[in-house]
Ligand binder design. Structure first.
Ligand code: ADP
Length: 396
């Protein structure tokens, strides 16, 4: 059984075709610059990558080029579209309407549309991807997998803000949390490694990529997470501030003569380790700069680790304990220095890092010593595989 996994952005479309029986990726790729000009990069497993400049005025044309690439006689991977059994769509925001993945129907599309206000950059693009696939493959069942769904189990005391209640009632302003597919995937794996499946468990997952968040997972359910109403909250990220005193928004607007939109642009795109260091949002560049003695790069890295350690501490308190911690995503899987810097704050939990084991990159490994009271792991995330699994579970 083959699942076509689609992650549609405003001008891009990432895809994977996954054989769910072997969980192998058959092909993957990306369409970029949709609506501008258009480029398709298609990588069939075991064959050369194909890169093509092709006119993509809209997402439907992008999907049709992808389907052509998948069935092409030389670099294709399937004979025809009948070999695509289901389609899994990543959808960013499910609001309070979706606490799990769902088979896409007209009613589901309407309900996703109703969440557009909550994710104006992402949900409309996700819906365009759903419509394009629906038109080109009307017979194939489709599933929506939401970034927010895993966090719908948070208790009210965790997801409410200290705002007057009417803002929740009228506008649904609350913490939603994101990266749910990754936190769910990695926490399941961690609980499995601990041998605690079906038992009580308390784990903390640190998803550290360009966007970054920490989640407290108790008995397999998200009970708190660092991202909030939007993915701007919580950790200091590549280009995002993370938590900040909201009064700063007005102050910058006054001082700079910026509109609210312009200030939000600063907070989302010109801040984080990138804005702090003036070097880059990429931790490989920051690492190089810090080795060369760049003080701002050193500070940015220190702040990143400090904030992450603070959230871990907060979630140990939320759950009144922790059985294990996992690092995942681009930085969490690859950057041993960041992992070590965060673990330095965790001595009070009896955590001792195994420096040799911590050198691991992109592979699952325990990075603490045998006598560490709380084990810490690096666990690669795989959001596409998680989406494919969810899809199959619903359409089988
Ligand atoms: P996203 O999916 O949010 O774009 P990723 O999870 O792919 O992000 O993470 C991307 C980030 O991971 C890069 O910006 C970089 O900072 C970091 N990263 C990737 N590889 C390495 C590496 N080998 N060492 C350190 N950091 C890395």
């Amino acid at each position: 059984m083959n699942v076509f996994v689609v992650n549609c952005g405003s001008s891009s479309l990432k895809y994977q075709l996954i054989n769910i029986d072997t969980e192998a990726v058959i092909a993957k790729g990306i369409c970029e610059r949709i609506g501008i000009d258009g480029r398709l990069k298609h990588k069939p497993t075991g064959k050369e990558e194909v890169s093509k400049e092709v006119a993509m005025p809209d997402h439907k044309s992008a999907v049709s080029y992808v389907l052509e690439a998948l069935t092409d006689s030389s670099y294709g991977v399937i004979k025809d579209l009948s070999e695509i059994d289901a389609i899994g769509h990543r959808v960013v925001h499910g609001g309070e309407k979706f606490a799990s993945s769902v088979v896409i129907t007209d009613d589901v599309i309407k309900a996703i549309e109703e969440c557009n206000d909550l994710a104006p950059l992402h949900n409309p693009a996700n819906l365009i991807g759903i419509a394009a696939c629906g038109e080109l493959m009307p017979q194939v069942p489709m599933v929506a997998v939401f970034d927010t769904a895993f966090h719908q189990t948070m208790p009210k005391k965790a997801y409410m803000y200290g705002l007057a209640y009417e803002y929740y009632e009228e506008y649904k302003i609350r913490k939603y949390g994101f990266h749910g597919t990754s936190h769910s995937f990695v926490s399941k794996r961690l609980i499995e490694i601990l041998g605690k499946t079906g038992q009580t468990s308390k784990v903390i997952i640190c998803h550290l990529g360009n966007g970054a968040s920490v989640t407290a997972v108790q008995d397999g359910r998200s009970v708190d997470t660092s991202m909030g109403f939007t993915p701007l909250d919580g950790l200091i990220m590549g280009t995002r501030t993370g938590s900040i005193d909201p009064a700063v928004v007005q102050y910058i607007a006054d001082k700079k003569g910026y509109t609210i939109d312009e200030v939000m642009d600063v907070l989302n795109k010109k801040s984080g380790v990138d804005g702090l260091s003036g070097v880059s949002s990429d931790f490989r560049d920051l690492d190089e700069a810090s080795m060369a003695g760049d003080e701002k790069a050193i500070l940015a890295l220190e702040m990143f680790a400090y904030r992450a350690a603070q959230y871990i501490g907060a979630y140990v308190a939320s759950m009144n304990g922790v059985d294990a911690i996992a690092f995942t995503a681009g930085i969490g899987e690859n950057d041993d220095k960041v992992r070590a810097a965060i673990c330095q704050y965790l001595g009070y939990l009896g955590i001792t890092l195994d420096e040799e084991a911590n050198k691991v990159r992109g592979k699952e490994a325990k990075i603490t010593t045998a006598d560490s009271k709380v084990p810490v792991y690096a666990i690669p995330t795989n959001e596409e595989l998680a989406i494919a699994r969810e899809t199959v579970a619903l359409v089988k």
